[in-house]
Design a protein around this ligand. Structure first.
Ligand SMILES: [Zn+2]
Length: 489
């Protein structure tokens, strides 16, 4: 067997083990009996140790040195295997262990500090996490910018300076648009209670309307919605709330965007490095375009209104036009995960700038709360009332996720580019969406983006599909136009 064939066979087995680890994670959030937690922790640690050893194996370095790619796809496979190998061996094993230990303690301390509204209780352990992550960043960056090295874990070949240029260009326009919108009266909301079993039935119908393949997936309930798996087994979770069915429906559509991306990658790449979504930002572009540009659009909500009337009867909204406004209402609020399409990016820009400053050593953990509160008031126009609504709201930093936040907004920016091109290519799309038929839109995304998986870099993936270098202009004009019309600005 050639070195290339041996390396591919070995990598396929590693990926299969990785899928098993992922399924254990899915089980933990959905099915696992509560008493199994300590044993599960040990099981997960065991498989992670096996995975780490395989990814860092000297055999991989030997094969990489000898392997010759048979074609362009093979070359892309080698590029991705090398990227993963280099990343794994750059971080000393002791440091990786220490990070795993400290972040698992930090998550518990963060949860307790958030419940007690006590930032000071979280500061010491966050300082430890920041110090360890900076050490890891230095190992990964090898002389380069350490925050760039962290971003590369989630969005490779993209620098913090490139992201900052996009975000800084968007921020003034978003601040201005949100302040104009919030001067206007709030549209009427839904009234009454919405049976949770009926929500789950409609959610399954929505998932299928967006092309989610239930022969190769399933929908379960979990505290936090997520999508997991790849290839032939991609599962999603959602949640229900009696008073707010939109939470369930739009969480589902979002996760279906992630899951459909994984399901639609060419099966030629099954269980190979190219057989997964290429980056967090591109993944998020799929979930966001399903959720927002398609799912919260005027055409699709016409269909959803009729479906909801049939299932739930009268819920205080008399026509599709008012329903569209209810779906897209902009509220004052502190919490990122509850933010609307318009304000969401401001939440991300705040976190991006603060975590970049933490990693650069320009901001001390002790000063984080004040920096957060100042920035929030500047962008949102009102003061943070308590830490759980401010710097303690997200789990990310406690578990060592630095460089991850910006990918959420990059996803929105990418979705803006894709939506512009898709609408140009499919002029009759809205008539179809108004009947609940998303097949042209999801088919366009499959053909132009999803099928390629990790074949190209994130930036080239977007450029190949949208015909443009990723740029914030399409997203900004889409938001401006949408909310100007809804709020009569
Ligand atoms: Zn997402």
């Amino acid at each position: 067997m050639s070195a290339f064939a041996e390396l591919m066979a070995y990598t396929r087995e590693t990926q299969a083990l990785g899928e098993i680890a992922g399924r254990l994670g899915w089980d933990q959030e959905t099915m696992m009996p509560a008493g199994a937690a300590p044993q599960r922790g040990e099981e997960m640690a065991a498989i992670e140790a096996v995975l780490h050893a395989r990814r860092a194996s000297p055999e991989v370095a030997d094969w990489l040195a000898q392997a010759e790619a048979p074609d362009a796809t093979g070359a892309a496979q080698l590029r991705e295997i090398k990227r993963s190998y280099d990343r794994t061996v750059k971080v000393p094993a002791d440091l990786a262990k220490e990070i795993a230990k400290v972040t698992s303690q930090a998550q518990g301390k963060w949860a307790a500090a958030r419940a007690a509204e006590d930032v000071a209780a979280f500061v010491p352990v966050l300082k430890e996490v920041v110090a360890l992550k900076r050490e890891e960043g230095q190992a990964l960056a090898a002389g380069g910018d350490l925050y760039d090295a962290m971003v590369a874990d989630y969005e490779h070949e993209t620098t913090a300076a490139e992201i900052a240029a996009i975000f800084d260009a968007m921020r003034p326009g978003l601040v201005d648009l949100r302040s104009r919108v919030l001067e206007k009266p709030t549209p009427k909301g839904l009234v009454g209670e919405f049976d949770e079993a009926a929500q789950m039935q409609l959610t399954a119908k929505l998932a299928q309307a967006f092309g989610y393949d239930l022969d190769h997936g399933r929908v379960d309930k979990a505290v936090h919605p997520f999508s997991s798996g790849s290839g032939l087994d991609v599962r999603i979770t959602t949640r229900t709330n009696k008073a707010d069915p939109f939470n369930c429906f739009y969480s589902t559509i979002h996760e279906v965007g992630h899951a459909a991306y994984e399901q639609n990658i060419s099966h030629d790449y099954l269980l190979t490095p190219l057989g997964r979504g290429v980056s967090m930002g591109v993944h998020e572009s799929q979930s966001r375009i399903y959720e927002n540009q398609i799912g919260r659009g005027e055409a699709f909500t016409t269909w959803l209104f009729a479906e909801m009337r049939e299932v739930f009867g009268d819920f205080g909204i008399e026509d599709a036009g008012s329903f569209y406004k209810a779906v897209n209402t902009v509220h004052k609020g502190y919490i990122r995960t509850e933010a609307d399409e318009l304000q969401y990016n401001l939440h991300i820009m705040l976190r991006f700038d603060l975590e970049r400053a933490l990693m650069a050593g320009d901001l001390e953990v002790e000063d984080l709360e004040a920096a957060w509160n100042d920035r929030f008031e500047a962008d949102f126009g009102y003061a943070v009332d308590r830490p759980s609504n401010g710097c303690l709201q997200d789990v990310h930093w406690s578990v060592g996720l630095f460089g991850y936040f910006p990918t959420y907004s990059l996803g929105n920016v990418y979705a803006g580019c894709l939506n512009q091109k898709m609408r140009g290519d499919l002029p009759g799309l809205d008539q179809e969406l108004a009947t609940g038929d998303t097949s042209s839109a999801t088919g366009w995304l499959r053909e132009n983006l999803q099928q390629f998986g990790g074949l190209r870099s994130p930036r080239d993936t977007i450029q190949n599909a949208s015909g443009m270098v990723p740029d914030h202009a399409p997203l900004m004009s889409y938001l401006e136009e949408k909310f100007t019309r809804i709020y009569g600005l």
